[in-house]
Design a binder for this molecule. Sequence first.
Ligand code: BTN
Length: 250
Amino acid sequence: MKDTLFFETVDSTNRVARELAGEDKPHGFAVLAGSQTAGRGRLGKAWQSPSGKGLYCTILVRPELAVEDYSKITLTTGLAVSLALEEICQLQPQLKWPNDIYISGRKCGGILVETSSLQGTGEGNFALVGIGVNINGEKGAFPAELQETATTVFIETGREYDIWSIFTGIRVRLLQLLSKMESEGFTAILNQWRERDMLQGKWMKWVTPAGDVVYGESLGVDSSGMLMVRDHAGMRHEVMSGDVTLAARL
Ligand code: BTN
């Protein structure tokens, strides 16, 4: 069993894990919380973290990867979460680039990967893999603005699940997939990710980090983990960051 620290409540497991990473915690070490008071999402959003209703964890990883490959950890984690939910809960999640887990068209989980400074040769570098999955909440427990767009494993299966079992299921799969990526490269992982790609061939809206809006068709994820989009004028874009959502075709 890998090292895990459990807290009833923390502000953010990513913040706590960053502090502990400095104390030389090993690859696979995790911080797990019953609830978070300041759970962080991507693009500065908050992550709702009610007590006992979700999985809130951060797994510290120290993979033997080149710095430029660290962005693939987010996609690899999405695949690990999906495989765990498929095998433990018999669900069929879909993955929305780069970090979202969807079930039946609604968001059920998200990933926030933060890295060490990633300067230099790679020695001592690490990534903090923050994972939030809505597990046992009922629809009415979401704030009104999320009730039509978010879901939980309970809503989808009618069953309550043991959060620890889902956590260990995700961690073991994540560590296996990272070892595979180190030894065999990213292709095998990418192929499995593509089978679950929610945006492939769909019309989507991309809000760039500068705030520009591009509408186009998703051409899927390329071998470096970037999303390829072809806009209405036929121009191809490589999406490295920003927000993407499904949109009505123009
Ligand atoms: C997103 O979809 O925007 C990412 C959400 C990530 C939430 C998890 S919950 C555990 C970990 N700690 C945090 O503060 N955030 C991540």
